[in-house]
Write a protein that binds this ligand. Structure first.
Ligand SMILES: *[C@@H]1O[C@H](CO)[C@@H](O)[C@H](O)[C@H]1NC(C)=O
Ligand SMILES: *[C@@H]1O[C@H](CO)[C@@H](O)[C@H](O)[C@H]1NC(C)=O
Ligand SMILES: *[C@@H]1O[C@H](CO)[C@@H](O)[C@H](O)[C@H]1NC(C)=O
Ligand SMILES: *[C@@H]1O[C@H](CO)[C@@H](O)[C@H](O)[C@H]1NC(C)=O
Ligand SMILES: *[C@@H]1O[C@H](CO)[C@@H](O)[C@H](O)[C@H]1NC(C)=O
Length: 493
């Protein structure tokens, strides 16, 4: 059963689905489950849809229950507007989606019916009794899209919708890709899509990720200082680990001494430190509705200030101070960089997994997306190369998930969906320059029927959050532009 989850951890996952898993492809500590009560706004109750287990096997009649939410407050059943469908991603569907966010503002404007369908295998939508590797065979983006198509068809019947009613798909991050793919694969069911921060290109060695992270530090601070300090800090860590390991153990609050660490533990250690920066950049200054106020001031600019402000403190100590903030933020008493602990968590086939295992399965069988240290900006050290991530797939799911397997899988995804050459219309692709995922998405308009909006200075899925007075003008402008596209497309037959 689902464990009762701490709300703050939950808040972290609000809106742009699954966020942390999406970035890491592995789980950190914490049990993210179905939300219990809410203190604030009233949200609609969960509903359940009888869904097919395997859409690609007509003779297999097994079914399961898929969770969804509806907000019909803006909708007039007698004079129906469009139907807005928020696509669930690699984490539990959060019903607060149903009352807040940019799409709700659009829904008010267009008198839309709002529906959010949870993605199979995440949250409370369990197609199988556990998450064994055998049972995960029905977890794929293609099955998820078929779920959506089946759901839309059934809803059209249930709500007795006439042919005039238009469905518009929304999604951010992986669901951003799903929104575009849904329009491409089922154009007769979906009229238009808003695809936010979607990585359309499957890429096994996603080394560009950390290149964008480093560029974002430059872009946001307007100087090279922060990057230089980070490079210095890493060089010091590499040196001190050999000469004074206890110093790094203490400063970085490691759970175990380096003398006990294996080679994989060390890769994991360096990966963890780099991931703090990934975290910082990917979610920089966004408007997650419930982000922990205590940590709201942890931004690229404040952390770079910490790293570069005048003083005698050594760069590695400053980096350690940031590491400490991030540990406290996730309530970890020490930095657990044990490879085996991580693998054991991911091997857990219990349904209460918050999504790390499932998302990792999708990376191993469909997308890759491994954020390796092999990019040009080598400031985090070159310790987590592709082989480290391939080994994780094999250690978690079995020997057969080797490099060739993963590369073939990603290649097939690109054949199946078209990668960056996707052929669609009435889809708007939205990205932010500070979001590392934009490197795998469409950021320039090649076809006016499938335009791109590239927002300078914003992070992952920034356009999906509720507007705030601190928003950059180009972000405000992007939300308006999206609404104009919707206006145009909804007036087309
Ligand atoms: C960390 O612990 C505090 C105090 O117990 C709690 O309020 C908070 O929700 C926890 N945060 C996370 C991310 O679990
Ligand atoms: C729909 O969203 C609006 C705006 O947040 C909210 O006031 C309303 O209560 C919601 N309706 C339902 C049925 O949840
Ligand atoms: C964030 O604000 C708290 C006070 O609320 C302060 O103690 C902390 O130093 C600030 N952190 C940064 C990185 O500016
Ligand atoms: C982190 O938490 C520990 C233990 O509560 C505390 O001593 C320390 O000051 C905190 N560090 C930061 C950077 O917030
Ligand atoms: C698997 O995860 C569940 C839920 O978090 C936990 O109760 C169980 O002890 C874990 N099993 C193992 C073998 O670690």
């Amino acid at each position: 059963m689902w464990l009762k989850t701490s709300l703050n951890l939950l808040f972290y996952f609000v809106l742009c689905h699954g966020s942390k898993e999406f970035r890491l492809g592995r789980s950190k500590n914490g049990n993210l489950g179905v939300p219990g009560e809410y203190s604030g706004e009233k949200v609609p109750p969960a509903q359940w849809f009888k869904q097919k287990l395997d859409h690609f096997s007509p003779t297999d009649l097994r079914s399961w229950k898929q969770r969804y939410y509806i907000n019909d407050s803006f909708y007039d059943y007698k004079n129906p507007g469009p139907i807005f469908l928020m696509i669930g991603g690699e984490g539990p569907a959060d019903p607060r989606w149903m009352v807040k966010g940019a799409w709700i503002d659009y829904a008010k404007k267009f008198n839309a019916l709002c529906i959010n369908l949870e993605h199979r295998y995440y949250g409370a939508s369990h197609p199988t009794e556990d998450l064994s590797t055998k049972n995960l065979q029905y977890l794929s983006s293609a099955q998820a899209l078929a779920d959506l198509a089946n759901f839309i068809t059934a809803m059209n019947d249930k709500l007795k919708l006439n042919r005039e009613v238009k469905w518009v798909a929304f999604g951010g991050s992986y669901p951003g890709s799903l929104a575009a793919w849904l329009r491409m694969k089922y154009p007769h069911l979906v009229h238009a899509s808003v695809s936010s921060s979607g990585p359309l290109l499957a890429k096994v060695n996603f080394m560009e990720y950390f290149e964008v992270v480093v560029n974002a530090l430059r872009e946001k601070t307007g100087s090279e200082d922060c990057v230089n300090q980070l490079r210095n800090a890493h060089a010091q860590i590499e040196g001190l680990i050999k000469t004074q390991p206890e110093e790094i153990e203490n400063e970085f609050r490691t759970c175990m001494p380096f003398s006990k660490a294996t080679e994989n533990d060390m890769k994991n250690f360096f990966n963890s430190i780099a991931d703090d920066f990934a975290d910082l950049v990917q979610y920089n200054e966004d408007n997650r509705i419930s982000a922990d106020t205590k940590y709201r001031n942890i931004t690229i600019n404040s952390v770079c200030k910490l790293l570069t402000e005048p003083g005698d403190e050594a760069p590695y100590k400053r980096l350690a101070a940031f590491n400490s903030i991030m540990l406290n933020k996730s309530n970890q008493t020490c930095l657990d960089y044990s490879y085996n602990n991580m693998i054991n968590d991911l091997r857990n086939t219990s349904l209460s997994s918050e999504g790390g295992r499932q998302w990792m399965y999708q990376t191993c069988t469909e997308f890759g997306f491994y954020q390796t240290s092999s990019g040009e900006v080598n400031i985090f050290g070159d310790h987590f190369k592709l082989d480290f991530f391939v080994q994780q797939c094999q250690d978690v799911f079995g020997k057969k998930f080797n490099k060739e397997f993963i590369e073939n899988a990603a290649e097939w995804s690109n054949s199946y969906y078209g990668g960056l050459d996707i052929a669609v219309d009435r889809v708007v692709f939205v990205h932010g320059s500070v979001d590392p995922w934009h490197a795998l998405g469409i950021t320039t308009t090649k076809d006016n029927n499938a335009p791109a909006i590239y927002i300078h200075g914003t992070a992952h899925c920034a356009n999906m959050y509720p507007a705030s007075e601190n928003d950059l003008p180009q972000l405000t402008e992007a939300r308006v532009e999206i609404q104009q596209y919707l206006d145009t497309w909804l007036s087309q037959p």
